[in-house]
Design a protein around this ligand. Structure first.
Ligand code: NAD
Length: 318
């Protein structure tokens, strides 16, 4: 459905596990939605989360929250998919592809039945592969099938760089692109603070400055999920907030640049695959991806990332 200010904004969340429930909580706090429906094949889990969330309503924003079924997707401005199994310690995101593809198939069929013109925002892994599958299965235009992509990886990267540089993470401008996963790529060539190239800024302002530190910052970014899963079993706060940020950009038509997963065509010989690049997001979804100029190393990295994703997509028969 087209988003207009006359209608109450309904957000449907498929999967009320760690990510779905955390997103619902952050969404409630944002005041962006007037209706939040939680749908999970574990109905009791969805009911429990809805009950718990409702007890926060008197303290935040007037919002109707309930555990529903797929017919409740009708009229949702955005349907957010978080259903699926999560990584166990040691598992990669791509290891989840067969299991979560089967779940996605059943979920998309139901969503599209009740909300054929909706907008899908996907968080389940393997993210980019499932986004491509969702676009094919739903028949929706690619602009309306969006993956949270590297919004989380980019946030992790900015946070770690900010710790090194001693500035607010919001003043660090740097992107992680490609797969939301092991083959992701840091774009060092355009990373900046206050318009100063990161290298120049750090040479003048950081106590230590060498390539080993930067390699370590990227490794910590890429491997953050493994580190967190080893310690607490799952990651959900960063992605919960990332999903709210994407919803805000859509619902308010902000034309914000965020690194999300979208269908790429004709970019450094990469075609017909979902991966993350900085994208402009407005009321219709992804209005375009930005053709970042990359250096040779970044370009090679992105092409490798696209290859890994294409192989997984083909292994699913898509
Ligand atoms: P979880 O196990 O806590 O929750 C998953 C929920 O999905 C469960 O409640 C389960 O009952 C439900 N579910 C399973 N099959 C379903 C179906 N057919 N229909 C409806 N609901 C169904 O897992 P989680 O930690 O919330 O992770 C969910 C997904 O998000 C995983 O794939 C995980 O890898 C991914 N994830 C993505 C990011 C990101 O940055 N995109 C970050 C963290 C986790």
């Amino acid at each position: 459905m087209k988003i207009s200010s006359d209608h109450p904004v309904k957000i449907a969340i498929i999967g009320a596990g760690n990510v779905g429930a955390t997103f619902a909580y952050a969404l409630l706090g944002s005041g962006l939605a007037s209706q939040i429906v939680l749908i999970d094949n574990n109905k009791e889990r969805a009911e429990g989360e809805a009950m718990d969330l409702n007890h926060a309503v008197p303290l935040t924003h007037s919002t109707r929250i309930w555990a529903g079924d797929y017919s409740d997707c009708a009229g949702a401005a955005i349907t957010v998919i978080t259903a699926g199994t999560a990584q166990r310690p040691g598992e990669t995101r791509l290891d989840l592809s067969q299991r979560n593809f089967a779940i996605l198939k059943s979920v998309i069929e139901q969503i599209v039945k009740y909300n054929p013109e909706g907008l899908l925002l996907i968080a389940s892994n393997p993210l980019d592969v499932l986004c491509y599958a969702a676009m094919k299965l739903s028949g929706l235009p690619a602009s309306r099938v969006i993956g949270s992509g590297t919004i989380l990886d980019t946030a992790r990267f900015r946070y770690l760089l900010s710790q090194h540089a001693g500035v607010d993470p919001r003043s660090v401008h740097a992107f992680i692109i490609g797969e939301h996963g092991d083959s992701e790529v840091p774009v060092w060539s355009s990373a900046n603070i206050a318009g100063m190239a990161l290298a120049d800024y750090c040479q003048m302002n950081c106590e230590e400055y060498n390539s080993e530190i930067y390699d370590k910052i990227f490794e910590q970014t890429r491997d953050a999920a493994y580190q967190i899963i080893e310690r607490k079993g799952a990651t959900f706060y960063g992605i919960g907030m990332g999903l709210v940020r994407i919803c805000e950009a859509i619902l308010r038509g902000q034309h914000t640049v965020l690194s999300v997963s979208t269908l790429i065509h004709d970019y450094y010989d990469i075609d017909d695959v979902y991966l993350s690049l900085p994208c402009i997001i407005d009321r219709e979804g992804v209005s375009k991806f930005l053709r970042l100029p990359l250096n040779e190393k970044e370009k090679d990295g992105l092409q490798k990332s696209a290859k890994v994703l294409k192989e997984t997509i083909h292994s699913l028969g898509l």
